[in-house]
Ligand binder design. Structure first.
Ligand code: DGL
Length: 278
C-alpha cells in the first residue's frame, strides 16, 4: 500500500551507466524525490544477451533495489524493459514503470509524415517491443528499427565525442535511412543513447525530431506519483537535503568517471553493490 506523501526513494535500474540519463531527468523534474540507482556494470551490455539471461540479471538487480525500501521502480533500461517488464511487474510489491511505452507514445505524437525510426540494442530490436508500442499508440505509423551493438560499449567507455563513435552513429543512421528514407522522427530506444544525443542529432539532421526515452520516462514517473498520491512530502523551507544513492556492481571509479559528465559535482557518492543470485 502506498501512503500519500511517501518519503521513500524511487528505485532506478539499468545494465550500466545509461539509466543515469533517466536519473538525471528525474532529479530535474522531481527535485523533492529521493532516489536509489543501481547499474549492473559488471554484466553490461545486456543488449546481446539471450532473453532468459536478461530476465535473470534484471530480477537480481530488482531484488537489490526492493531491499532498499523503494516506493516505485523505474526500469531505466530498454533491453530489461523489453525482455523482462511483465515478469518484474508480476513479482514486484511496488509499481513498476518501463521506458518503452513513454518514448513510443511521444514518438507517435511527434511524427508528421507517419514514419518513425528506432535505434536500440539487438535485444530490444529483436523483442519487437517498440513497433508494438508505437503501433498501439497509432496503428497507421510505419516503424523501421536499427540495432546499434557498438554504441553501448562506447558509452560505457566514456567515448562520447570521438571519431570512431561518430562513424558508428553515421553508419547506423545510414542503414536506417536505407530502410526508410521518409523517417522524420528518431526514437532513442536505449537509455545509453541520450549521452550521444548532440552527435546523433547532428548526424540525423535538423529536420528529424529526436525523442529520448529518458525525458519521457521522467514525465511518466511524475504522472504515476501523482496518480498514486505518492510524491515525497514537501519540506517547508526547502532546506532538508534530498538523499540520493548510486550503486554499481562494476568498477566504482570507472562508473564515477562517466557519471560525472552527467551530474558534475552533484554526483552522489558511488557505492559497490553485490547482487544475490535468484
Ligand atoms: N541502457 C540499456 C538499454 O536501454 C542497456 C543496454 C545494454 O546493456 O546493452 O537498452
Amino acid at each position: 500500500m502506498i501512503a500519500s506523501g511517501d518519503p521513500r526513494p524511487i528505485g532506478v535500474f539499468d545494465s550500466g551507466v545509461g539509466g543515469l540519463t533517466v536519473l538525471s531527468e528525474l532529479h530535474r523534474r522531481l527535485p523533492a524525490e529521493a532516489t536509489v540507482y543501481l547499474g549492473d556494470n559488471a554484466r553490461t551490455p545486456y543488449g546481446p544477451r539471450p532473453a532468459d539471461e536478461v530476465q535473470r540479471f534484471t530480477a537480481e538487480g530488482v531484488r537489490w533495489l526492493l531491499d532498499q525500501d523503494i516506493k516505485l521502480l523505474v526500469l531505466a533500461c530498454n533491453t530489461a524493459t523489453a525482455r523482462a517488464l511483465p515478469t518484474v511487474r508480476e513479482a514486484s510489491p511496488v509499481p513498476v514503470l518501463g521506458v518503452v511505452r513513454p518514448g513510443a507514445v511521444t514518438a507517435a505524437a511527434a511524427t508528421r509524415v507517419g514514419h518513425v525510426g528506432v535505434i536500440a540494442t539487438v535485444g530490444t530490436v529483436e523483442s519487437g517491443a517498440y513497433p508494438a508500442a508505437i503501433g498501439e499508440a497509432d496503428p497507421r505509423l510505419v516503424v523501421a528499427q536499427q540495432a546499434c551493438p557498438e554504441l553501448v560499449p562506447m558509452v560505457e567507455a566514456g567515448r562520447l565525442e570521438d571519431a570512431a563513435t561518430e562513424r558508428a552513429v553515421r553508419g547506423y543512421l545510414d542503414e536506417l535511412r536505407r530502410q526508410d528514407p521518409q523517417i522524420d522522427t528518431l526514437l532513442l530506444g536505449c537509455t545509453h543513447y541520450p549521452l550521444l544525443r548532440p552527435m546523433i542529432q547532428r548526424e540525423a539532421g535538423s529536420g528529424v525530431a529526436v525523442v529520448d526515452s529518458a525525458f519521457t520516462t521522467a514525465l511518466a514517473t511524475e504522472d504515476l506519483l501523482d496518480a498514486l498520491g505518492a510524491r515525497a512530502p514537501a519540506h517547508g523551507d526547502g532546506s532538508a537535503p534530498v538523499a540520493h544513492r548510486v550503486a554499481t556492481t562494476g568498477d566504482v571509479a570507472a562508473f564515477r568517471a562517466v557519471a560525472r559528465r552527467l551530474f558534475g559535482e552533484a554526483l552522489p557518492r558511488v557505492e559497490a553493490a553485490e547482487l544475490a543470485r535468484v
